[in-house]
Ligand binder design. Structure first.
Ligand code: NAP
Length: 287
């Protein structure tokens, strides 16, 4: 049970966490912080938060757990601002989609409180943003990856693990480097492909007609191109090295497909599509 929880960034991820903990009866008081007062007022109205503050320092002062749920580019200034105000016994965590940049920022900004910081990433989300996008079941049966280091206090890790378990999530532990490499492939690269496809098609002369005939496959493939552009700009900047390497390898794969099509190589195409289908069917099933 968390007596006082502070959520910095009351958007999709932060508000869903609060709603899930409230539904589980696992939190007492939830205080929010964000820059946009209307969003926070909406959070009060929806019962996502119980109060809000006009500064990060004020919002974390009495908190037992602080969850930083802002875009990756805002993590460092948020950590710098909360450091002088947070209790030494508090546990601080984040939900950022890449971990290396956040851990570096926490090492730089938190000083002796670094041991109280547990880096985290819920593998759950939608293409929607803001407090109204949040819902209590977002983390049900979803994975949360934690990437604590040698210096992280075990009791801080246990507190964050318990928090996510209350939301119905399962916990996995990865190193920061492994997390960023794996997520670059499974999450960051697909977002780049969706953004690039829609951007490319929208630049064609007859794009109105192309989009008019868009069917289920196009919608499925491009749904994530409706995700928040600023959030994904920050993910690219934070995890650029891993991501650029994957984009280059993917370009080679597309070249291979184009070459097989140009050559009319039906066997090669069937082999490639068959392998991809059986991999996806066995890994993901019919989701
Ligand atoms: P979101 O819905 O846009 O919420 C982000 C919140 O952060 C907003 O409420 C915004 O409120 C606040 N914020 C933005 N810039 C800020 C700043 N400079 N200082 C303080 N607050 C700021 O985004 P989200 O989807 O919840 O993503 C939050 C984090 O979760 C990101 O780090 C993202 O990488 C990670 N994540 C996202 C997903 C996903 O699918 N969306 C999944 C896993 C992890 P104000 O504008 O009022 O300040």
């Amino acid at each position: 049970m968390i007596d006082k929880l502070a959520i910095i960034g009351v958007g999709l991820i932060g508000s869903s966490l609060s709603l899930a903990l409230k539904q589980a009866g696992a939190v007492g008081q939830v205080t929010g912080y964000g820059r946009n007062r209307n969003n926070l007022e909406k959070g009060l109205e929806l019962g996502v938060i119980d109060s809000y503050e006009s500064s990060i320092a004020a919002s974390v002062r009495d908190a037992d757990v602080v969850v930083i749920a802002v875009p990756l580019g805002a993590m460092q200034p948020v950590l710098a601002e909360l450091k002088p105000a947070v209790k030494s016994t508090a546990v601080i965590t984040d939900v950022g989609s890449a971990k290396g940049s956040v851990v570096t920022a926490a090492e730089t900004e938190l000083g002796e409180l670094y041991s109280r910081f547990v880096p985290g990433h819920p593998i759950a989300g939608t293409e929607k943003s803001g407090v109204e996008a949040g819902f209590a079941s977002l983390y049900q049966d979803r994975r949360v990856i934690l990437t604590p280091g040698q210096r992280t206090d075990p009791d801080a890790v246990a507190a964050i693990e318990a928090m996510w378990l209350e939301c119905g999530a399962t916990i996995e532990y990865l190193s920061v480097e492994h997390h960023d490499k794996v997520l670059a492939a499974t999450s960051h690269l697909p977002h780049m492909l969706a953004y690039a496809l829609v951007h490319y098609l929208s630049g064609l002369n007859d794009h109105d007609e192309i989009f008019r005939y868009a069917a289920g496959g196009f919608r499925d493939f491009t749904r994530i191109a409706s995700s928040d552009p600023a959030m994904w700009r920050d993910v690219c900047i934070a995890n650029g090295d891993a991501l650029v390497g994957l984009i280059q390898q993917y370009q080679q794969e597309l070249d291979r497909v184009a070459a097989a099509i140009s050559a009319g190589d039906a066997d090669e195409l069937l082999k490639l599509f068959g392998k991809a289908k059986s991999e996806r069917d066995s890994l993901i099933g019919n989701c």
